[in-house]
Design a binder for this molecule. Structure first.
Ligand code: FES
Length: 94
């Protein structure tokens, strides 16, 4: 589901593994590409969280914290700023 929050195009996803919602701004912190067509891997069952892959340069972001997990600095701590994430409140108990 997509929405605009605080003037930013954003989206929300449901993780069946945790039963939790995840929400983040759609603009990639690297170069602003829309993440909506990127890949999302739900690896919660293996303890690796939910990973978002940008469709432009394949940088990887933790969907919960927004931290960049991999970028082209390979082997160095990622220099890319974190993805903007939002807390989600499920008011319907789903
Ligand atoms: S714009 Fe997303 S990784 Fe470059």
């Amino acid at each position: 589901m997509t929405f605009v929050y605080d003037g930013r195009d954003s989206c929300v996803l449901y993780s069946p593994a945790t039963g939790k919602w995840i929400s983040f701004a759609r603009s990639c912190p690297h170069a602003g590409i829309d993440l909506l067509s990127g890949d999302v891997e739900d690896l919660e069952d293996s303890g690796c969280g939910v990973i978002i892959s940008c469709p432009a340069h394949a940088y990887l972001f933790d969907a919960h914290s927004g931290s960049c997990l991999w970028d082209t600095t390979r082997g160095q701590p990622p220099a890319t700023p974190a993805l903007l994430t939002y807390d989600v409140e499920d008011r319907h108990g789903g």
